[in-house]
Design a protein around this ligand. Structure first.
Ligand code: 5GP
Ligand code: ZN
Length: 115
């Protein structure tokens, strides 16, 4: 189900261009437009869901189930020495796009710009 005014649904539909990292039946992954560190990636379910509170266990399972594959793909390409996973829910917790997403933030050691 795609959501009319959702930029991430538009990215899935190809209406807004994105740098694809991974795609399958359930999940789409693409580079975040503001690269907190090199290779900063967002992983989203193809079914629109606002955030973790409104996500069924099935969709959560499909989404999180793909994260190891995507994390390893990023690790192979960008050669980070670590990686943070982050998920923001609701405005007070810094959610700015209301389509569930997981940030994969590769880490390169001191001075990589993320803390
Ligand atoms: P949030 O703050 O909701 O956890 O994260 C939303 C993320 O989406 C931000 O890091 C922001 O840079 C990214 N973002 C917003 N609009 C676009 C876009 O049009 N394309 C891409 N690739 N990323 C976007
Ligand atoms: Zn959406």
């Amino acid at each position: 189900m795609s959501h009319e005014d959702c930029i991430f649904c538009k990215i899935i539909d190809g209406e807004i261009p994105s740098a694809k990292v991974y795609e399958d039946e359930h999940v789409y992954a693409f580079l975040d437009i503001s690269q907190v560190t090199k290779g900063h990636t967002l992983v989203i379910p193809k079914t629109h869901t606002k955030n973790i509170y409104e996500t069924s266990p099935e969709i959560a399972s499909e989404l999180f189930g793909r994260v190891p594959i995507i994390a390893n793909a990023i690790k192979e390409v960008y050669k980070p020495i670590g990686m943070n996973l982050l998920n923001n829910n609701e405005k007070p917790a810094d959610q700015s796009v209301f389509h569930l997403h997981i940030h994969l933030i590769p880490r390169y050691g001191e001075g990589d710009g993320y803390s």
